[in-house]
Design a protein around this ligand. Structure first.
Ligand SMILES: *[C@@H]1O[C@H](CO)[C@@H](O)[C@H](O)[C@H]1NC(C)=O
Ligand SMILES: *[C@@H]1O[C@H](CO)[C@@H](O)[C@H](O)[C@H]1NC(C)=O
Ligand SMILES: *[C@@H]1O[C@H](CO)[C@@H](O)[C@H](O)[C@H]1NC(C)=O
Ligand SMILES: *[C@@H]1O[C@H](CO)[C@@H](O)[C@H](O)[C@H]1NC(C)=O
Ligand SMILES: *[C@@H]1O[C@H](CO)[C@@H](O)[C@H](O)[C@H]1NC(C)=O
Length: 358
């Protein structure tokens, strides 16, 4: 699906040439004043991604199997048929969104020097494990990811005027802030108390993205945390942990209120509702795509405190792997399979189409 767009449209070739020459792209001169999109038609052709493992396509460095399992077997077995740093068996949200926009999946920041030919499609700054605040594992928080984006603009890799005409941003916030706090303070309630603080920081980050020229920003809401295999395992994969799901609901209510206030006309910001499709699939609501035992992950560690991809000193696998990841919604204890993301993305298409006037 990502390989569909090998050709580079003429328009892109031109802008790339200008970028490489470090010239200001003409036709942007009236951009300063245009408050609406009337001047030049907005065409989303560049994707800039910030966030965590729901969006990371290779930024998290390989720090060994335990910390960065996404660089080890069996991650990536479906696509690209080897580990690629994606926390899934294959493609994830970033890849599906890029394909929907008709572009290639944007180059991870980490590979920007070797991936020149992908620069016209934007850049992915997301890092697995990241949160809006520091999450204790040296992952770049969202503010630092935005710093890097700003740096790329300053270096002339991306042109601010061009961004206004053709860029879309994706921001994923999938709960690392909460799990870090819950662990640090040994309390789920403590995590709930942090909701206002986290929403406030998300707001700052969103405003900053818009200021940097990203006029269309999509933000994920929180999936039902209590339905992830991490929590469902304790319930024998027959149910979700209600308390954790309530946390997601509270986060989402606060997020919605914040965004409605920030952008009442729904012009600049779109909430990507992950919660509903995840919930519908897990609870097998009528009409939702059917998965075999939707709480159970395809890749399951032997021990509750183990992880997918774990091996012992002798090198034997400490996990079971399903034979067909297509049949599973969850890949590991926290992340969907490629098939899972495909099903979720189906329900995001209409809102995205509307938001971007596709
Ligand atoms: C831009 O388009 C909107 C809606 O289509 C219209 O109301 C507005 O007058 C236009 N502005 C300019 C400067 O053409
Ligand atoms: C992001 O990380 C940097 C470096 O660790 C830190 O200085 C900054 O305060 C963090 N930002 C937030 C919002 O936590
Ligand atoms: C965490 O909290 C639980 C129950 O509230 C308690 O049993 C446990 O000892 C605590 N663990 C630590 C490391 O404080
Ligand atoms: C969990 O499910 C398995 C089979 O699905 C069953 O054999 C087992 O008794 C269940 N355990 C509990 C604690 O419900
Ligand atoms: C903006 O979106 C929210 C839901 O996210 C909706 O309640 C509201 O009516 C929308 N506003 C407009 C002007 O369409």
């Amino acid at each position: 699906m990502a390989s569909r767009n090998y050709f580079m449209p003429f328009w892109f070739t031109i802008s790339l040439v200008f970028l490489l020459l470090g010239l200001k792209v003409s036709g942007c001169n009236h951009a300063e004043g245009y408050k609406q999109f009337n001047g030049t038609r907005y065409q989303p052709k560049q994707l800039f991604v910030f966030g965590d493992s729901y969006a990371d396509t290779g930024n998290l460095g390989n720090l060994g199997r335990e910390f960065t399992r996404s660089w080890y077997y069996p991650y990536g077995i479906t696509f690209p048929r080897r580990p690629s740093g994606r926390f899934s068996d294959g493609r994830l949200l970033t890849d599906f969104l890029a394909a929907f926009l008709g572009i290639r999946s944007p180059i991870p920041y980490k590979y920007r020097r070797v991936g020149h030919k992908l620069l016209p499609y934007g850049m992915n700054f997301a890092v697995g494990g990241a949160g809006v605040f520091d999450t204790g594992n040296f992952q770049r928080n969202i503010s630092e990811q935005i710093d890097l984006f700003e740096e790329q603009i300053k270096e002339g890799v991306f042109d601010k005027c061009e961004l206004k005409k053709s860029a879309v941003a994706l921001l994923t916030i999938s709960g690392n802030d909460y799990s870090y706090i819950a662990e640090r303070e040994n309390s789920t309630n403590a995590a709930t108390n942090y909701i206002p603080k986290i929403i406030k920081q998300i707001k700052r980050d969103m405003k900053r993205l818009r200021k940097l020229g990203l006029r269309k920003v999509m933000v994920t809401n929180m999936h039902p945390l209590g339905c992830t295999p991490l929590f469902a395992r304790g319930l024998n994969y027959t149910d979700c942990l209600i308390k954790a799901n309530l946390g997601s609901r509270n986060h989402n209510q606060a997020l919605r209120a914040m965004i409605n206030k920030l952008d009442p006309a729904n012009q600049s910001f779109l909430t990507l509702n992950l919660n509903e499709p995840f919930q519908d699939i897990v609870y097998q609501v009528k009409g939702a795509k059917k998965f075999k035992s939707p709480n159970r992950p395809c890749c399951e560690s032997f021990r509750t405190d183990g992880y997918c991809g774990q091996i012992d000193e002798k090198g034997s696998n400490q996990f079971t792997l399903c034979s067909n990841p297509e049949e599973y919604f969850y890949w590991d204890d926290a992340h969907p399979t490629q098939a899972g993301w495909a099903a979720v993305f189906e329900s995001l298409k209409d809102p995205i189409r509307l938001f971007l006037s596709l």
